[in-house]
Design a binder for this molecule. Structure first.
Ligand SMILES: Nc1ncnc2c1ncn2[C@@H]1O[C@H](COP(=O)(O)OP(=O)(O)OP(=O)(O)O)[C@@H](O)[C@H]1O
Ligand SMILES: [Mg+2]
Length: 591
């Protein structure tokens, strides 16, 4: 990470934790109080020892009592400072986490799809916790030590200049040792973070794909893969701990060396009567305070690098490009002519990365129309929905909704007009009712049942002892694929959206049930514009119109009979599907 980035991250952290500046100021103030308490402790212990040597019991007791008082005071101040910094960390981390979540949910799909879920989870849960430490425990902690060191040095320097300088002398040695270990540590830290994200992502995938792993009998491969990731993480962690241990040990030896010098030279001064035994006691107490900033310099840099790396990864998520409605007039012609069309794709080009997926795609749909989109797998059907919902924007061309470029709508407004049922059904933990009313929390019982009936769910729900209030377990594993799909459809129907996009949303149902649902959708939701992507071409007979996608364009369109009559792309697609279906049926007979 470059130095410039450090500054930027500091500024970002300052900005995000601005409501809690006062906590940082209090912690800083306590640093001065702590310095005062530490020096007072040394001073009263010095006096106590000197009075004891002088056999003045009364004064000895008084000084000892003051020593004890400052001893407890320093413990209280220290704990209070830690508490304040912990509070600052917790509050800032929570704000950071909320910002990350907001950012995740409002960023462009294109941006988010680059990350693995485990990686994002790690950033939100762990790294958001580490990031505020940059300002609190690391920076304030270090500043506190520097303040205490300066205070201690001034106090000791005034008592015995030479001994104070000797005590300080081991500082550069500690700094050198710390720097050597620190630089080794910093090299490993980034790799460790990377390894942690990979380990979490693989573990998360393994847990999420339980059924698949069992069905394919690949438990051993998956366990090996996850074990390898954890082993790598462990190796880095172990190295870091080893370096830390050696650093602590060698620093402790150097500190002991300085104590030997203190005892030797101090003892000599006492012998020469140029120093009291109490002064030596004060030196022994304060000398480690004085050199601790040298000792901690490298620790601090290492922790800073770690926390900075976390903060950088956290702000990367917060800074992702958002899907604000780009209020701009796109350059499109003939808009006036098409003002009456409800949905209009005009000359749309689109690619995810290199290859063109949609190439000069144009079509229009009327309000209330029920349209099917068909085409080979991977041809770009789901992409059409993603563009209409503005998960992505076209590279060229324009998409109009009610005569207005969809980029001119606020994204929330645009999406409120659309109910989308995804190719992979999504259910949340809760009851079936919770899942259905997700898009319309205030739906009446009648509205819910209307949607349930249209989605062909009524009989199933009636057969359940708890009906709509039956709980759905995690990932909906207690329901069949078709039941899950129908719950998603009921949810989409309930949402007050004039457009319903169904992306293979009926694929898990048998042809007969699919037919019934389509007919009831047509009859009950005349006002709604419904677009269905399907691979089951017989279904398209119930649609007002069929759009056949091929080679990035609409190759053909018309109703089922017209398209069969044309003997073109649809006809070929239909024949090949029928052949496959027949072959499957025959294979089933022979089995
Ligand atoms: N996020 C993505 N990044 C890169 N390429 C993608 C992405 N999503 C889809 N593609 C590619 O774009 C093409 C069109 O994908 P799309 O999902 O629209 O196909 P589809 O017609 O819906 O297919 P299917 O019937 O199998 O669902 C495919 O070749 C696919 O590999
Ligand atoms: Mg698809």
């Amino acid at each position: 990470m470059k130095r410039r980035n450090y500054l930027r991250i500091y500024m970002q952290l300052f900005k995000i934790s601005s409501p809690w500046y006062v906590l940082i100021m209090c912690a800083l103030l306590l640093s001065f109080l702590l310095t005062y308490a530490n020096i007072s402790m040394a001073d009263y212990s010095k006096k106590a020892v000197d009075f004891a040597v002088g056999k003045d019991m009364n004064k000895f007791t008084r000084e000892l009592a003051l020593f004890i008082f400052f001893f407890f005071l320093s413990i209280i101040i220290d704990s209070a400072q830690q508490y304040i910094l912990d509070l600052f960390n917790a509050r800032s981390a929570n704000k950071i986490r909320t910002k990350m979540m907001e950012s995740y949910l409002t960023s462009k799909y294109k941006e988010i799809s680059k990350y693995r879920t485990g990686d994002i989870e790690n950033r939100i849960l762990n790294e958001a916790t580490n990031a505020p430490g940059v300002l609190s425990h690391i920076t304030i902690g270090y500043i506190t030590n520097v303040i205490i060191a300066i205070g201690s040095f001034i106090y000791l320097y005034r008592m015995n200049t030479i001994l104070a300088l000797i005590s300080l002398g081991v500082g550069p040695l500690l700094l050198t040792v710390g720097t050597i270990f620190g630089s080794r540590m910093r090299k490993i830290i980034n790799e460790r973070m990377q390894a942690e994200s990979e380990a979490l992502s693989d573990t998360q995938e393994a847990l999420a794909n339980y059924n698949f792993i069992k069905a394919y009998n690949v438990q051993r491969d998956i366990v090996n893969r996850v074990r390898y990731r954890w082993q790598r993480l462990f190796d880095f962690q172990f190295k870091i701990e080893l370096i830390n241990r050696y650093n602590v040990l060698s620093s402790a030896w150097i500190k002991d060396l300085s104590k030997i010098a203190l005892y030797g030279i101090g003892g000599y001064y006492i012998y020469k009567k140029s120093m009291t035994p109490g002064t030596l006691i004060a030196f022994i107490q304060l000398s480690s305070n004085m050199i601790s900033p040298f000792l901690q310099m490298s620790y601090m840099l290492t922790s800073l690098v770690m926390a900075m790396a976390s903060a950088e990864r956290v702000f990367e998520i917060i800074g992702l490009e958002k899907e604000t409605g780009i209020v701009q007039k796109a350059s499109y012609k003939d808009v006036k002519e098409k003002q009456n069309e409800y949905i209009w794709f005009c000359g749309v080009d689109f690619k995810y990365d290199k290859d063109m997926v949609l190439n000069d795609l144009s079509f229009s749909i009327q309000k209330g129309e029920k349209v099917c989109i068909v085409g080979e797998s991977g041809i770009g059907k789901s992409t059409i929905f993603r563009l209409l919902m503005r998960f992505y924007d076209p590279c060229e061309g324009v998409i109009l909704l009610q005569g207005k470029d969809i980029r001119e709508y606020n994204v929330d407004e645009l999406r409120s007009k659309i109910a989308y049922v995804h190719q992979d059904t999504v259910l949340f933990t809760g009851t079936i009712r919770d899942n259905i009313v997700l898009g319309k929390e205030d739906a009446t019982e009648d509205e819910i049942y209307e949607a349930v009936k249209a989605a062909g769910l009524y009989e199933f729900i009636s057969s359940l002892p708890e009906g709509l209030d039956t709980r759905v377990s995690e990932r909906g594993s207690s329901l069949s694929g078709g039941q899950k799909q129908r719950i998603s459809i009921a949810r989409a129907l309930l949402k007050d959206a004039p457009i319903i996009l169904l992306d293979e949303a009926l694929s898990a149902l048998d042809a007969e049930t699919e037919k019934h649902i389509l007919i009831s959708l047509k009859n009950l939701y005349k006002e709604k514009t419904i677009i269905l992507i399907t691979h089951r071409l017989s279904t398209t007979a119930y649609a007002d119109r069929v759009l056949v996608v091929d080679d990035g364009k609409i190759a053909e369109q018309g109703n089922f009979e017209e398209l069969l009559g044309k003997q073109g792309t649809f006809y070929k697609l239909y024949n090949s599907k029928v052949k496959t279906e027949n072959a499957n049926r025959e294979a089933a007979v022979f089995r």
